[in-house]
Design a protein around this ligand. Structure first.
Ligand code: PLP
Ligand code: ZN
Length: 394
């Protein structure tokens, strides 16, 4: 089990960089860097069936993850989450192949654990001194946990109105918590400045190449769980876009390896009414987004007013014939009850938003009930108990 990583590549101009050095965004274009692998060699040397017998964490896909020496892996058992076939919601909606990828079962209660495990592990391999992490919420909790596990200092920067659960999980894991006036973008500016000053690795979304690699593992796992087949559509709540970008990249790699066949699922991006820069850019036919002013939503994972990797999110949606729509906070909260009542899965509002999106797109006939669809519940509702009134709904 060893990584086939070969180099890093600028997503705009294609310039290559070595992966043996600490590097965030591409120096050439100041855009996202992707990790690249020697897929020809991997395809010759490894059979996809080897993954099935390995322990059920995302590191079973070590060949397609960026860490060379397994001793550097910082793990809390992330990944290996169930793909739950829906019975009750599917029946209500007249569908036969509806699934929920239950990412709420990850360490720290969200899929953020996957990306942070990958980035922290690679940073350990490159011998950094510590981490900075700007976060709207859940990424901070994950950074604090994996920072603690790695034994390295972690400084978290959060909007001051971030959820209590995220502040507390950060503090309880021993990270320094800095509350910032403003939104995630403001927190990001501070984190970068401190990282520069101290020589720390800044874990900002897609401003380093490795978190997307960890999130890619959601897609690898999902196709393996479907018997090495892709669904017709993936509905994904989109903030910074790491999940969509990572999975789209991962499917390309699997296709190039010849481990799967067919066409990529339609990527459907769900955002909040109060913060929908990707939806607006998609509808305008633009290649990048504009800052969404006065962003508000209770789904903190979606409160990203100007995603740095907007151009890559839009590419994944358009190249796969997907779409992007927004839903209201109230619809999300109602759908938290609905998913929990119908399937026993208590989703984060972000995950519940995918159910709202599914219904709207069936109504609009963008999706057909015959299609196979995977909803991503990106986090656990247990982190958002303040959104739940505590009374039963019929
Ligand atoms: C961060 C977060 C998102 C958005 O994730 P991206 O992949 O960066 O777009 C969605 N849901 C939850 C629960 C989150 O914490
Ligand atoms: Zn470039």
């Amino acid at each position: 089990m060893t990584s086939y990583i070969s180099h890093l590549e600028c997503t705009v101009c294609g310039k290559n960089y070595p992966h043996e050095q600490l590097i965030g965004i591409s120096p050439c274009c100041e855009k996202v860097l992707f990790a690249r692998y020697d897929l020809a060699k991997l395809g010759r040397e490894v059979d996809r069936d080897v993954f099935v017998s390995r322990p059920d964490t995302m590191w079973r896909y070590a060949e397609l993850l960026p860490v060379n020496d397994p001793d550097n892996i910082v793990t809390l058992g992330e990944g290996g989450t169930p793909l739950i076939k829906s019975h009750n919601l599917a029946e209500q909606l007249g569908m036969r192949n509806l699934y929920i990828k239950e990412e709420g079962l990850n360490p720290t209660g969200t899929f953020k654990a996957r990306g942070i495990s990958a980035a922290v592990s690679k940073a350990v391999e490159l011998k950094v001194d510590g981490f900075t992490m700007p976060s709207a919420g859940n990424a901070a909790g994950a950074a604090a946990a994996y920072g603690a596990r790695s034994g390295m200092e972690t400084k978290v920067f959060m909007p001051q109105d971030a959820p209590d659960s995220n502040k507390k999980e950060t503090l309880v894991a021993g990270s320094e918590l800095n509350l910032v006036q403003g939104l995630i973008n403001d927190a990001g500016r501070e984190a970068v400045a401190v990282a520069k000053e101290l020589g720390f690795f800044d874990l900002s979304t897609l401003k380093e190449p490795y978190r997307a690699e960890g999130k890619k593992s959601m897609g690898l796992e999902m196709v393996q769980q479907l018997g090495w087949k892709m669904p017709d559509a993936i509905i994904y709540p989109t903030g910074g876009g790491t999940g969509i970008i990572g999975m789209y990249k991962g499917f390309k790699e699997l296709l190039e390896l010849g481990w799967i066949e067919g066409k990529q699922p339609k990527f459907i991006s769900i955002q909040a009414d109060g913060c929908q820069p990707v939806v607006r850019a998609f509808n305008e036919g633009a290649d990048s987004s504009q800052m969404w002013e006065n962003a508000t939503t209770k789904a903190d994972g979606l409160r990203v007013p100007h995603p740095f990797a907007d151009y890559l999110i839009l590419e994944a949606i358009r190249a796969t014939g997907g779409t992007a729509i927004a839903v209201s906070d109230q619809e999300m909260i109602d759908a938290m009850y609905e998913m929990a009542t119908a399937e026993g899965i208590f989703p984060a509002p972000e995950g519940a938003a995918t159910l709202v999106g599914l219904k709207k797109l069936l109504d609009q006939k963008f999706l057909d009930p015959e299609e196979s669809v995977v909803l991503f519940n990106t986090g656990s509702g247990y982190k958002y108990l303040d959104l739940i009134s505590g009374t039963k709904r019929s």
